[in-house]
Design a protein around this ligand. Sequence first.
Ligand code: ADP
Ligand code: MG
Length: 649
Amino acid sequence: MTPLIQIDKVYRSFVAGDETITALNGVSLTIEAGELVAIVGASGSGKSTLMNILGCLDQPSDGEYRIGGKSVSGLSADELAALRREHFGFIFQRYHLLGPLTAVENVAMPAVYAGVASDARTRRAQSLLDRLGLGSRLDHRPGQLSGGQQQRVSIARALMNGGEIILADEPTGALDTASGENVLQILKELHAEGHTVIIVTHDMQVAANADRVIEIRDGRIVSDERTRGSQGGAVSLRPLDEKAVGRFSALRQRLSYAAPMALRAMAAHRVRTFLTMLGIIIGIAAVVSVMGLGEGSRQKVLAQMSELGASTLSIFPGRDWGDERAANITSLVIADAEALARQPYVRGVTPLIFASARVRSDHASLTANINGVGPDYFTINGIKLISGRNVTAPGPEKREQEAVLDDRTATALFPGHQSPLGRIILVDRMPATVVGVVQRPRSASGDRTLQIYVSHTNVSGRVSGTASSLGGLTVSVADGIDTGAAERAIVSLMTRRHGLKDFYVFNSDQMRKALERTSRTMTLLISSVAVISLIVGGIGVMNIMLVSVTERTREIGLRMAVGARRVDILLQFLIEAVLICLAGSLVGIALAFGIAAVIGDPEGEMPMIISLQAVAGSCVVAFLIGLTFGFLPARNAAQLDPVDALSRE
Ligand code: ADP
Ligand code: MG
């Protein structure tokens, strides 16, 4: 029958500086299933090194190790982890319990990596602790337990996945005599139940409990004595059973364990976690605010443009804005407006005559801008009537004397909430009846001049006294017609009529596009600065995660000893990095909303509109930053050597 454990001429040497220490010097040993073996020797004789090799935590430099007849040489880190998980239970001199976890959580941990469901884990951990006399200490943390109790917790942990072979390295070394006796008693009971128990000790009295005592000195076995009849061979190796769970549910299970663990690790260092997040918080808040500002100003511009009227072209005399001769150009006339109105691509035309005049009511006298407009003017320019009606379309002979006031002029002329409708005012020397009040569109320049709208025929005839030339024409383009094409058609028509191009066209659509382009460029520019701050934040996360891995090296070693795969460790730290970044991004988003609430009034100077895309986008970005910058630390953790990690202070 194949022995449970068989090592043959095993060597293990360590390179320390320029000397090589040979800790094991050709050890050969066979242990049958069900034996209770003590390995004794002075300090430094190689006991722990042997134990680590037996427990598949370490591999021999030379020689063969067969477990259940199968060689372990050449197995990958994860295959060794599987062997440890399925067959071994470790008991360490200094317990190696995880401080932040309760007794139950410590005991249940190995089953996580064996793929046991959460409630089944807890139940088994509770019953093991109960059995070891710790039923009343289930939710205590290691710090709240005595040494003997902690060692019993670690025995329960060793039994969690079965613990067929129990490896105890100086299990009583840190305990008082009574607790030590108690631990040995438990180990003897486990042996009686069929567990193979291997105890490493320098204490001959402890060794006296065993059926077989192997003495090791300077890496060599010097004696191997059977003190009692062995029950060897009673138990054979349990076959390795990898739980047949799908990849997806395995991943889900790992996440559901690792995520709360990560949250706990974050909660354990609240201030540090917060400071780590700060870079992400500031970066995300900046990105979201800037995007909000960009969107806000874009929409503001769009709103202004649509108040200006969708798809309108304005024609003014002169070569371009601010042409000084414009005032002397009188070729733009009503006949032009009429000709344009007949074009198929034109929906409506409003002639504009501007003048400035004194306006008097019974209560006040003031100077206002007089706008001579056509019936379409308010619609085209998106001016809203508050009360009353528009000036009516006058025929050339029928000179209706009607006026519409803007809200400011109305209050100036008729103070004290009187309705101006139906009242007579004097515009220059022309009496006119007020027929409506309009709300003037908010203008970006904050223009506060008073505006009065009268029919353009009235202005040209009665107010300015000038001839019938116009201050401008506003053409609204028919639906579905490209404003560019309409503009070209108008230019050629008007040039033909005037014989030369003594006018210029202002295209609101092109203006809108230009404004949108500018605001997009600005957003892109500021966003790229914010992205740099996010990268800096990510580097901060990476830095702290590297520190965290160093601090938790022993925890990592322990998790590996009880059978965590590399990917388990990798995921644990990756999830922590991602959670830090996600939490940071949520705080950053909240901050951005706060900024929006304080300075980003949608009606104000700096409107801020935070879109759902911006919020979702920042979460995705934070997730990716966590993955990217968490990967290096997590990989460092996953690549640790279990023995090395366990012995780290
Ligand atoms: P024991 O457990 O019997 O006290 P160990 O097996 O821990 O002894 O160590 C045996 C020898 O190997 C000692 O001389 C120790 O210094 C050396 N040794 C153990 N581990 C390492 C290591 N990782 N690097 C260098 N030397 C080591
Ligand atoms: Mg030792």
